[in-house]
Design a protein around this ligand. Structure first.
Ligand code: MRU
Length: 343
């Protein structure tokens, strides 16, 4: 399993990330020494996945504080400007804005010096990282309790340590099953257009020695038809107060298939992904990404020039299709009323 500090860490004046755009071919680090560089890394998905974005957001605030003027009023003003840019880098995963807000809130206290204020923000960012990994381990234990021995699972996108700063949400449950001595098998849709399933989930499962099978996104129906799926396990980018869940595009289709075939559909997400301020999925902003991601494959244009493209990065699964939501606190069942769930 990849160590948390190898996925993302805060150094003096830099956020250092494992560059996920290069995986699985190359395992190399990307060093962000300004908020602008970190925003770029977030937007190209060098760091991605909701909890990891929350960690990156908090570390980005520490980066801003490091570069800020050396008097408290100027520091707060500069950090506020940079934090607003950072929080808006990607719109769907609520963890990003949450992580930024947590770190920024540290500056609301009284400080003897800018140095003391900077130290506070750094400590907060590192605490959020450690807390997310601990939340993942707790979710792993709760989620494993829902599944029998040697479960056959379908997931979507990548929800492992890469997406969370360590261990994983839905994939964390798979790790917990393996740690308990089970032999789970994970069906991994490739997750077009950016192939987080093929590039990252297959990589993490292979590293952990966990059985898996890669398939195209449009092949998953066959698995349900053949009756070889015991449960669907997915993560989330934002869960509205009523349980409606935004996750990687393709998740809703999986939920519909699961409901049709009476297969349980579990969302595994920390409370930092719950957004009490968003009443239902209708209010969740869905990131639209560049047309080129769809109109080309591996850098080669596939569609005729000028083809109109729709490229929603996420979809929303209505709460009615979610069998249970696993958080670090335990297993929640419908009807969901999540307004009070926040770390
Ligand atoms: O666009 P991405 O790769 O950031 O999307 C990530 C997902 O959709 C994950 O499923 C989600 O963030 C949960 S990760 C623990």
């Amino acid at each position: 399993m990849i160590a948390p500090e190898a996925i993302i860490r805060l150094e003096d004046g830099a956020v250092v990330l494992l560059d996920q755009t290069r995986l699985p071919g190359q395992r190399c680090e990307r060093r962000c020494t300004s908020v602008a560089e970190l925003i770029e890394a977030i937007q190209v998905l060098a760091i991605r996945g909701a909890p990891a974005l929350g960690i990156a957001g908090a570390m980005g605030v520490a980066l801003a504080a490091h570069a800020a003027p050396d008097h408290l009023a100027g520091l707060r003003r500069y950090v506020a400007e940079q934090a607003a840019l950072l929080a808006a880098a990607r719109p769907t995963a609520v963890n990003l804005a949450w992580g930024v807000a947590q770190a920024q809130a540290e500056l609301d206290r009284d400080f003897g010096s800018p140095q003391e204020a900077r130290g506070r923000v750094v400590a907060c960012a590192r605490r959020i990282h450690a807390d997310e990994v601990a939340r993942c381990r707790a979710m792993g234990r709760h989620g494993a309790g829902l599944l029998g021995a040697d479960a056959r699972l379908v997931t979507q996108c990548n929800t492992g340590g890469l997406a969370t700063g360590g261990y994983g949400t839905a994939l964390g449950v798979v790790h917990a099953l393996a740690e308990r001595g089970d032999v789970p098998h994970v069906y991994v849709p490739e997750t077009r257009p950016l192939l987080q399933g093929a590039r990252l989930t297959a990589y993490e499962l292979a590293e952990a020695g966990i059985g898996h099978t890669l398939l195209t996104d449009n092949a998953v129906g066959v698995l349900f038809r053949e009756g070889v799926v015991d449960a669907v396990l997915v993560g989330a980018d934002r869960i509205a107060a009523n349980g409606d869940t935004a996750n990687k595009i393709g998740t809703y289709s999986l939920a519909v298939l699961a409901a049709h075939h009476a297969v349980p559909f579990y969302v595994v997400a920390p409370t930092s992904t719950i957004d009490p301020a968003t009443p239902s999925g209708k209010a969740i902003p869905i990131e639209q990404r560049a047309a080129d991601e769809v109109a080309a494959f591996a850098g080669v244009r596939t569609a005729p020039a000028g083809t109109p493209v729709r490229n929603d990065a996420f979809d929303v699964t209505p709460a009615a299709l979610v069998t249970a939501i696993v958080t670090e606190h335990g297993v929640l069942r419908p009807p969901y009323a999540l307004a009070g769930e926040r770390p």
